[in-house]
Design a protein around this ligand. Sequence first.
Ligand code: ARE
Ligand code: CA
Length: 586
Amino acid sequence: MLKEAVFHRPEGPYAHPAGPRALRVRLRAKRGDLSSCHLFHGDRYQGEEEGDILRLEKAGSDELFDWFEGVIPSATRRLRYVFYLEGKEGGLWYGERGFAADRREAGAFQYPYICEGDLFRVPDWARDGIVYQIFPDRFCNGDKENDPEGIEPWSAAARPRPNSFYGGDLRGIIEKLPYLEALGVNVLYLTPIFLSPSNHKYDTADYYRVDPAFGDAKILKELVRRAHRRGIRVLLDAVFNHAGYGFFAFQDVLQRGAASPYADWFFIEDFPVVTTPRPNYETFANGVWTMPKLNTAHPEVRAYLLDVAEYWTREAEIDGWRLDVANEVDHRFWRAFRDRVKGVNPEALIVGEIWHDAGPWLQGDQFDSVMNYLFRDAVLDFFAAGRIGADRFDALLTRIRMMYPEPAHFAMFNLLGSHDTERFLTACGGRLERMRLAVLFQMTYPGMPMIYYGDEVGMRGGPDPDCRRPMVWEEEKQNRELLAHYRKLIALRKALRPLRRGDFRTWLVDPLRNLYGFVRREGESCVGVLLNNSPHEHRVEVDLHPFGGAEKLRDALSGRTAEAAGRSRLTWMMAPFQGVILTPVG
Ligand code: ARE
Ligand code: CA
């Protein structure tokens, strides 16, 4: 046993409440090293000899490590536990004091009390969420009266530039609610809609005003109300890392310099404030002068922005927020933000925009979820670029899952692309079969699938601004087969509960032939997914143990069935780039 590889700490992804009276624990060990992992656990106030034994399951592996996982029930909420690890050379205890042959000597990890206030509560609806991201200027123009000046023609041939406008608005989104409902999505995430001179509106001039080119507060409320009637929730974009050049407080600093009462709302190097040759104040990214960074540690700034968040949550009855540049704003601010927003609507969802490991924000006190760019990176490498094999893909997925507490994991925004990235079909080099398989994977993986508007009809586009072309609505220019594929998969995700709520376990990893499979299990129900991510036909053989006694499986996509051929093994012929979603028959 390689002791140096064994790791546990009673916090974060390694130990977190699974409910008011249960603790989820994880232990990491060298891959293939442990034949089993058990826990001896008890109440902290019980005698040392008293306790129960729990067997942990192997939840996943990457190149170097295996992760074991289990849920400890605790009637009293006060826990102590020691691991018992079995390897080739026998067993060993592992606890707070390290490794020992004797349990008492190893010491026990302590989880002093599962406090109500520390529970990671993610709204339950998120587990069933299927998200659709809309960039309002480009989705649908429902009101020609409010169009900005000089809009460009809405056409499939349009190639947006950084400053193009197309006239899309909230009325347009309302008009397309039947389309969205038929597609099957049940959460809309809109990029910013408040007053701003740009097409993307990430440079807010007035947080209390819906941009007139998009509509007004009344139309926003109507949109939310009508979406709710169709079972669709609405999230808005909170841009609190920075304001826009036109924001009243920044304008005041421009005019009054150091004497402005708002001078400390920003990070100003010297006065007077200038934008050229480079801005002498902090901005978003490097010198984006239109976006002065806000000092969110300042009590007045904090109060101002929290009021904004509370106002729209209450006023428009929205269902949550996506937080822009979330990892560059202080944790204290986000904790206060969570309290304020959930205070108004406990069912609101909070999703940070973080492209990397978001562990520090996903402990239950700040965000519920993040835009899962790490997921996208892995999917891109495996399906679109074909740069990695099934083994590496599985390893990356495990790493991401093990980074976060379980509640966050089921609420992740699993995206293939966004308004900030090249579109997925373009990343696939236009090879539709690859995109279709990736979408199948996205729709069967834990976490909320997020569709970037237009991906479902085969839109293409390079990086920003090309990924923001106006939505293609002419049916003859849409890829209707791809759309049907999306609809079918969304319907299946809704019909098969384990796809939304079940555990994830790797089922098949075949790097040689590039086959990948996994099962999603909830209680007695189990769904299996097999993917042939290669241009060749393959005979796939898998064991049926995850399905209990099942002898026959059916593919929910093609309707084909196959029976076990003895010893619980099943073989399935798979066409190039085919994926199947298997459920037991009978
Ligand atoms: C404009 C230009 C871009 C240029 C950019 C930066 O169009 O070509 O790269 O300026 O100078 C909004 C607009 C953009 C606009 C930008 C600045 O939508 O069109 O871009 O404002 O005017 C990082 C951040 C992440 C951020 C991305 C863009 O971590 O928070 O950069 N995303 C949000 C929004 C954007 C928005 C803003 C922030 C600003 O989603 O739409 O931009 O409010 C790596 C890094 C990431 C990095 C990512 C992308 O993976 O690790 O940290 O994200 O690449 O660059
Ligand atoms: Ca319009």
